[in-house]
Design a protein around this ligand. Structure first.
Ligand code: PHE
Length: 340
């Protein structure tokens, strides 16, 4: 019995030595041959059943020693095989370090975000406070306090997203003027950038877009000052040399009211397809604060005057980058966004 154990040990050693161990598969084959379920070492263990009780312990010990010996040798052989495989790969492989890298693309800020930050920066330097207001307004702030009577067309169900009776998504940032005037005493200067919502949708109108409101209140504030501030603002946004014009208009909360245009940024006022041949582009509304608005906010209209303005940020971003459709700005299309 013990001869067959030492014989098997010799056979195993001889077989292992005869192999050029370059692969894990070679070593695995030997492991199965000796240690597998029907392997040679396993066979010897099975034979233990036919032995007498006296013979068994010594025999069992020997076979187990053999089993351990074989297992260890196989473990070592596996390491040798893995190393050999690596060496072979290194010898045959070639890394071309001159190949271009896989482009890593860096993200960038959104064009709307850029415009908003630039506007905030500009007005902050002129001493304006920033108030972001709230997206959901009541009838008082969105309309009534802004001198907008109940039958005014801008209250139409077709324009306003109502959430409940007298509660709506704000249709403009002007309501923030009221919140601000209720909580601050003049003199003050503030801007209110934020999202606004209207039931409207085509190439240049979206149901959600961004505006920036502005409000200045003090003694002796004039329309001329409004024009001055907005001219400097337009110079900043579109480069000095851009012309502005104020067209008479109507807003319930300003009197007089005006619509401000800038000379077309594409044709410099010559007239082109983008400005429909007029040479001008509309930027936003503005005017002197209507005394009724002051009264609604507890501010004395005999003592104070002010001006207010409101612009579409999407429109400014579109003009700057010649973006043809407003929907692109909020569409999250990688192909569009990666151009900035
Ligand atoms: N709220 C107006 C609009 O959405 C713009 C505006 C703001 C006009 C302030 C005058 C003064 O069109």
């Amino acid at each position: 019995m013990s001869e067959s154990i030492s014989k098997l040990k010799q056979d195993f050693e001889a077989e292992l030595a005869s192999l050029v161990l370059t692969s894990k598969e070679d070593v695995d084959a030997i492991r199965v041959k000796y240690l597998g379920k029907k392997g040679l070492v396993t066979d010897l263990l099975k034979q233990m059943g036919g032995l007498s009780a006296e013979e068994r312990p010594a025999y069992g010990k020997k076979v187990n020693e053999l089993k351990e010996f074989v297992s260890e040798a196989i473990e070592k052989a596996l390491l040798v095989a893995a190393d050999a495989a690596l060496q072979k790969k290194l010898a045959s492989g070639f890394v071309d370090i001159s190949l271009p890298e896989n482009g890593i693309s860096a993200g960038s800020t959104h064009p709307l975000y850029d415009v908003r930050e630039e506007i905030i920066d500009f007005f902050a330097h002129m001493g304006f406070e920033v108030d972001f207001g709230r997206d959901i307004e009541t009838d008082w702030y969105n309309f009534e306090a802004l001198n907008t009577p109940p039958d005014h067309p801008s209250r139409d169900m077709q324009d306003t997203f109502y959430l409940a009776d007298k509660v709506m998504l704000r249709t403009h940032t002007s309501g923030t003027q009221i919140h601000y005037m209720e909580t601050h005493k003049p003199p003050f200067r503030m801007i209110a950038p934020g999202h606004v919502f209207r039931v409207d949708s085509d190439a240049t109108h979206a149901p959600m877009f961004q505006q920036c409101e502005g409000l200045v209140v003090d003694e002796n504030i004039t329309f001329a000052q409004l024009k001055g501030v907005l001219q400097v603002f337009m110079d900043k946004l579109f480069g000095s040399g851009v012309k502005t014009r104020f067209r008479p208009s109507f807003f319930p909360f300003t009197e007089p009211s005006a619509e401000m245009d800038v000379s077309c940024v594409f044709c410099k006022g010559e007239g082109c397809r983008r400005c429909k041949g007029t040479g001008w582009m509309e930027i936003g509304g503005c005017g002197s604060v209507d005394p009724n608005v002051f009264i609604n906010c507890g501010i004395d209209p005999e003592r104070y005057t002010g001006f207010a303005f409101g612009f579409g940020l999407d429109r400014i971003a579109m003009l700057r980058h010649a973006i043809p459709e407003i929907g692109l700005l909020t569409g999250n299309d990688e192909r569009f966004l990666s151009q900035f």
